[in-house]
Design a protein around this ligand. Sequence first.
Ligand code: FPP
Length: 235
Amino acid sequence: MSLREKIDFSNLPVHVAIIMDGNGRWAKKKLLPRNLGHTNGVKTAKNIVELARSINIKVLTLYAFSTENWKRPEEEISGLMWLLKKYLKSELATMQKNNISFRVIGDISKFPEDIIAEIKNVCEKTKNNDAMIFNFALNYGSRQEILRAVKNIIDKKIDTPSEQDISDNLYTAGQPDPDLLIRTSGEMRISNFLLWQIAYSEIYITDVLWPDFSDEEFYKAIIAYQQRERRFGGI
Ligand code: FPP
């Protein structure tokens, strides 16, 4: 029986969020420069977006660039920006074909202008697609997101905010919280990702490095999720 056949398609996670980690280590292991790790990481991201869509995941969130990633060498950052631009240009057609709505979560205001224009273009052109939401976390930090929500709530003069008010003012407003959070390359950390939204998410950590995260690895994560008993604080 193949892994795919082991999936219960009536009990899929609605929202899957992924911390894509290990591009650097993948390159190092193969004695390649780090940027080739990222290039192969992009290939994996493309594949996982299409795979998630094909098995009917409704929301996919990928952590591509954190607020802390600016600490990396300038050369690595500019390489990532270049990859991002190329990715956006090449994937627009795929997103249209697959009816995927592309969104960005994070503060992209400090990004190079040409990249901001490209991001806006893809968001605008795909905004009415409704088979899957694909959130791309760029210059994303969860504490910054929560602080921004609090500031929005103050601006709106909401006197006694509820949990719903916080959710409604996050980048992910209107979306279901992640059911499954995957992190590759074995690190046991959340790294400031979706802190509010993952309150009840199932966490799956694999030692596989992101460029090696294949269809089979994605299926394994879903199968592991389906074997968990979710209690949401109940018994
Ligand atoms: C983690 O590997 C990955 C990142 C910091 C971001 C890069 C993500 C991608 C290349 C996927 C798609 C992105 C774009 C821009 C289209 P790491 O460098 O932290 O690996 P390490 O921990 O092994 O050094």
